[in-house]
Write a protein that binds this ligand. Structure first.
Ligand code: CO8
Length: 262
C-alpha cells in the first residue's frame, strides 16, 4: 500500500457530492505515465459508480496541470511494432467514457497529453497562469489522444493547425478568446471556481446532467440532423424520469425541487 503522498492521483471526496481528483507527480510536472492514467481512469470510474457523487473535478499541482504524456516512458518503446502491439495511450479513452460531468481546473501547463486530457473533460476553468499547447512536433511526433481532433473542434482549423505545427503555447487569455476554456480566473482560484461549477451541477438531477452531457458530446460526432434527432430522443426520455416530473411540478408550485436522481 502506498501512503497518500505517493498516490499518483489524490481523491478528495466531498460531502457536497463531488470528488476532486488531483494529479500528483509534481516533480515531473504531472507527466501522464501509464500508471498515472490508469489510476485516473480507475478513480473516475469509481466516481461514476458511486451514487453519492454527482460530478468530478480534475486538477494538477503547482505550475502544471500536466506537461504531457510521460516522454521518458514513451521513449522506452523503441519501435512502431512495440507501440502498436501495446496500443500505446489507447487506455486514455477511458476518460471520455465517464458519464458524470468532469470539470478541469488548469492552473499551469496543459501541454501535449495534458491539453488532450483537459479537452477530454467537459468544462475547462483556467487560471491566468495556464498555458495550453500541443508541442509534440518538437519531439518529432504528433498528438496521439485527441490533439488534432478535439482541438480543431474547440478552436477551429487555423488556430489548431498553428498550435500543432509550431508547438507554440496559448496563454490563458488567448485560450479563452479562442473558446478552448470556459473561463479564466485569478491565479490560485481556479480550483475553487471549478469546485463551484461542479457543485452547481451536483445540485441538479444526476441522470439529467448525464443525458445533457451525452447530448452535447454527441454533437462532436454526428451530423446536425442526426444530432438533433438524438437530442429529441433524449429530451423525450426525460419524461421517463421522476426528476423531470418533480422539476416541472416544483416550478408550477413555486417551490424548490427535491431531486431523487432517478
Ligand atoms: N514527460 C516526462 N517528464 C517530464 C515531462 C513529460 N512530458 N515534462 C516535464 N517533465 C519533467 C522534466 O524532465 C523534469 O524532470 P527532471 O527534474 O528529472 O529533469 C521535470 O519534469 C521538471 O521539468 P523542467 O525542468 O523541464 O521544467 P521547466 O519549468 O524548465 O519547463 C516545460 C516546463 C516547458 C513544461 C518543460 O518541462 C517541457 O517542455 N516539458 C515537455 C512538454 C511536452 O513536450 N509535452 C508533450 C509530451 S508528448 C505528449 O504528450 C504526447 C501525447 C500523445 C503522444 C502520442 C505519441 C504516439
Amino acid at each position: 500500500a502506498f501512503s497518500s503522498s505517493e498516490e499518483l492521483v489524490l481523491v478528495d471526496r466531498r460531502s457536497s457530492g463531488i470528488a476532486v481528483l488531483t494529479l500528483n507527480r509534481p516533480k515531473a510536472l504531472n507527466a501522464l505515465s501509464d500508471s498515472l492514467m490508469r489510476a485516473l481512469a480507475e478513480k473516475l470510474q469509481q466516481v461514476d459508480a458511486d451514487a453519492a457523487l454527482k460530478a468530478a473535478v480534475v486538477t494538477g499541482t503547482g505550475k502544471a496541470f500536466a506537461a504531457g504524456a510521460d516522454i521518458k516512458e514513451m521513449n522506452s518503446r523503441s519501435s512502431y511494432s512495440d507501440v502498436r502491439h501495446d496500443n500505446m495511450l489507447a487506455h486514455w479513452s477511458a476518460v471520455s467514457s465517464i458519464r458524470k460531468p468532469i470539470v478541469a481546473a488548469v492552473g499551469g501547463f496543459a501541454l501535449g497529453g495534458g491539453c488532450e486530457l483537459a479537452m477530454s473533460c467537459d468544462i475547462i476553468i483556467a487560471s491566468q497562469a495556464a498555458k495550453f499547447g500541443q508541442p509534440e512536433i518538437k519531439l518529432g511526433t504528433i498528438p496521439g489522444v485527441g490533439g488534432t481532433q478535439r482541438l480543431i473542434r474547440a478552436i477551429g482549423k487555423s488556430k489548431a493547425m498553428e498550435l500543432v505545427l509550431t508547438g507554440e503555447m496559448l496563454s490563458a487569455e488567448e485560450a479563452e478568446k479562442a473558446g478552448l476554456v470556459s473561463r479564466v480566473v485569478p491565479v490560485g482560484t481556479e480550483l475553487d471556481a471549478a469546485v463551484a461549477v461542479a457543485e452547481k451541477i451536483a445540485g441538479f438531477s444526476t441522470p439529467v446532467a448525464q443525458l445533457a452531457k451525452e447530448c452535447v458530446n454527441a454533437s462532436q460526432e454526428m451530423s446536425l440532423a442526426e444530432g438533433l434527432r438524438f437530442e429529441r430522443h433524449l429530451f423525450h426520455a426525460t419524461w421517463g424520469l421522476e426528476d423531470r416530473k418533480e422539476g416541472f411540478e416544483a416550478f408550477v408550485a413555486k417551490r424548490s425541487p427535491e431531486w431523487k436522481h432517478r
